[in-house]
Design a protein around this ligand. Structure first.
Ligand SMILES: *Cc1c(COP(=O)(O)O)cnc(C)c1O
Length: 400
């Protein structure tokens, strides 16, 4: 979608609220009457599907459990699920927050949804009724017996094993008895077993040995463990041995290389997420004039600067003013002074080459500036860049 500045100025607000996805995170109502200057997030469905096809190719046709936690890494959890719901390469979706799992079902998503986050017994009741698959790692067998008898069917679940991340998951040494216990219950169907790698190349191999030994031993006993999975995006690039029965990437789906050194390698990823806004003010500073709190920037000569309504409350890291650049009218301009809550400032130079209403790209879901560029320029993780995008910002899904 391209909205030329002229038509924007002539036609008034460029973003109709109809373009704003109604099914964003639960609790986030559309910003009534959002200004057309305000920042918005663009989502490119063609690139999402392209990235999934690339991942499938690399993973040798294995199914993909698409991780869409944290508001779909900023793109909008429902936006991503709707695009990938009909993609045959995607087996299902994984989220961490219960409300996101519920939001997906409310939006009519019917593929498997794995809830990787916590749920109380009462919440598990809702979870299983909505056919959301819990990730379990404690002795929940008796609870599942009760829920299954109410539902009159077995409850599919995934077992999480801690092979070294030390976060959630049953420690691998203690895992076999839990798996046997769950496998022995009529109330349970073990759909899969998973572990999270620490993304330390050496130690990942040890983790996989622990995981495989556990699964192989259980299978030899006749205990079915379902699909085994371990590979995040990092695993896709670094560890073909982790592909197992299913891959479990997040960031790669959004077309963003998780590390600078992976760029252009292994997978041809196209960025599916963009952050844009419009210039709200252009002014000339004379030598000695300043910009930003604490006079973070002082002009050395006559210079034009542009104010853009994107700040750290929108998710732009404060460090973006130290090295980050934005694209306006095809040219890159450095961000200067400081990122405040709702504003950033670009240094335009000696000539007034930008206007109020010009579109500003922080990163682009089409071609041009990638999130990795902004991340590298201001030494910020790309995970922070996309996942911290304020969920209240309008999301615009580009046309296929
Ligand atoms: C977030 C997450 C992933 C995906 O990680 P990426 O680095 O975004 O590919 C996979 N597995 C688990 C358990 C996660 O929490």
């Amino acid at each position: 979608m391209r909205i030329p500045r002229r038509s924007f100025l002539a036609a008034g607000p460029a973003l109709s609220l109809a373009a704003v996805d109604p099914g964003r995170v639960a609790g986030a109502s559309p910003p009534a009457g959002a200004s057309s200057f305000d920042p918005w997030v663009e989502v490119n469905p063609v690139h999402l599907r392209h990235n999934v096809a690339e991942i499938r190719r690399l993973a040798g046709g294995r199914p993909i459990l698409a991780v869409i936690k944290n508001n779909g890494y900023g793109l909008g959890v429902v936006n991503v699920a709707r695009v990938l719901e009909t993609d045959g390469a995607v087996w299902g979706f994984a989220v961490v927050k219960l409300h996101e799992a519920m939001t997906l079902r409310d939006a009519g998503i019917s593929k498997p949804i794995l809830l990787m986050g916590p749920a109380s017994e009462a919440e598990l009741d809702d979870v299983t009724r909505r056919e959301i698959m819990p990730m379990v790692y404690t002795g929940v067998g008796p609870v599942l017996d009760r829920l299954a008898s109410r539902l009159q069917r077995a409850i599919p679940l995934q077992i999480c094993v801690d092979t070294g991340i030390g976060r959630v998951g049953i420690p691998y040494r203690d895992a076999a008895p839990l798996v046997r216990d769950l496998a022995g219950r009529k109330s349970v169907r073990i759909a899969g077993i998973m572990t999270t790698l620490t993304e330390d190349v050496e130690f990942d191999r040890e983790q996989l040995r622990r995981f495989s030994a556990l699964c192989d031993d259980l299978q030899r006993e006749g205990v079915g463990v379902g699909r085994r999975h371990a590979a995040s995006s990092y695993g896709l690039f670094r560890n073909a041995g982790a592909f197992l029965d299913m891959v479990r990437p997040g960031m790669a789906i959004y077309g963003v290389y998780p590390e600078q050194e992976f760029r252009g390698k292994t997978l041809n990823l196209r960025p599916a997420v963009g952050l844009k806004a419009r210039v709200i003010y252009v002014k000339r500073l004379a030598p000695g004039d300043s910009a930003g709190y604490n006079r973070a920037y002082v002009a050395k000569q006559d210079v034009w600067v542009a104010t853009i309504p994107v700040g750290h409350a929108d998710g732009l890291p404060r460090s973006a003013a130290q090295g980050g650049r934005v694209r306006i009218g095809g040219r890159l301009y450095p961000l200067i002074a400081a990122v405040s809550a709702s504003h950033s400032i670009a240094e335009i130079g000696a000539d007034r080459t930008v206007d109020v209403g010009d579109e500003v790209t922080y990163f682009d879901a089409q071609d041009g500036s990638r999130p990795e560029d902004l991340g590298a320029a201001c030494r910020t993780s790309v995970y922070d860049l996309t996942m911290h995008l304020n969920p209240l910002m309008p999301r615009v899904v580009l046309q296929d």
